[in-house]
Ligand binder design. Sequence first.
Ligand code: HEC
Ligand code: HEC
Ligand code: HEC
Length: 128
Amino acid sequence: MYDAGKILAGLVIFLLLVTTPVWWSFAMGAEVRAPKLVLPEGRRACVLPTGEMKATHMELLNRWRDLAVRHGDRVMTTWDGRKVRRSLTQSCLGCHTDKDKFCDRCHDYVAVTPYCWDCHVAPRGGAS
Ligand code: HEC
Ligand code: HEC
Ligand code: HEC
């Protein structure tokens, strides 16, 4: 009835195929690494706890924009009592001065291209 040999051979081929990405990248040495981010020196905290920033900074930025532009409400108080101006270039890039090695590195990795820089001017990163 069943041909155990053929079934086994089929299973082996199937397993090789579905695991191709794993052993291929291993064999080729093209291991996937998380991007190396350059964090601001001399600053300990972001405007929200780090985990929240990672997950929700896009929504935070939209909120900042609406509050600042539509309601003139330009200052936020962080959870630890700091006052921060709701500004993409002055605050986010004021601390994260090297956009290339922070925002862009992560966005390139996940293949998102925020259109903000069509209008907003990013300070040239690198030096500071
Ligand atoms: C007062 C300085 C400061 C401001 C303003 C600031 N950040 Fe940060 N941000 C930091 C620091 C410091 C860290 C790293 C915190 C840590 O190591 O846990 C960080 C972490 C982050 C992370 C997580 C990075 C990671 O480790 O994966 C993201 C994303 C981020 N910031 C985006 C932004 C955006 C977007 C804005 C503007 C809305 C902003 N930051 C404003 C100082 C700042
Ligand atoms: C830890 C990785 C990481 C860092 C660092 C990071 N981002 Fe992002 N960002 C993401 C991811 C992931 C998305 C896409 C989320 C999605 O598709 O829902 C995103 C999306 C965005 C978006 C929305 C884009 C869109 O088209 O929807 C904006 C705006 C943005 N990031 C701004 C920034 C700015 C400004 C910085 C630097 C101050 C920054 N991000 C740093 C990971 C990061
Ligand atoms: C079509 C041009 C344009 C684009 C694209 C654009 N903005 Fe803006 N943005 C403006 C203008 C104009 C203001 C008003 C400047 C002011 O009143 O300070 C503004 C203000 C803001 C503010 C509050 C003020 C400040 O200093 O930052 C935030 C935050 C902001 N934008 C975030 C974003 C983000 C995030 C994106 C991308 C997802 C984006 N903007 C894309 C034109 C643009």
